[in-house]
Design a protein around this ligand. Sequence first.
Ligand SMILES: [Zn+2]
Length: 129
Amino acid sequence: MLKRRNYHIGDKESCVLCTTQEEETIYHLIFNCPFSQVWWAKIGISYNSNISRIEATIRAKEVYSGRLFFEIFTITAWNIWKERNNFIFNQINPTYNAWLERSKSDLSCLRYRVSTDLSDYITSLVNNL
Ligand SMILES: [Zn+2]
């Protein structure tokens, strides 16, 4: 967004999560970045990056074997974004463990918003991450 508004952002336009020097688009950061792909794999969501985002999301939901796809999808993407922001604004290097612990914490909070059977499912999911 800053680039589109003609802000000079220097080297900061490349992805900060990986060393590929890819431009930091939301698509790269959330879906194509090698760092993010490890997290998607860990959560059990596979994403086909060769098709449109909407189509890829629909297909990912179709093949996802777990429950609460949208909630888990959102928490995963949100925590990828938070890893990126921690680096940009707090100079904290992104790590798999930081993402994992934050995701587990957010998933645990989700237990209070769902029915008992889904709460048990989330507990099991968190314990197996
Ligand atoms: Zn990247």
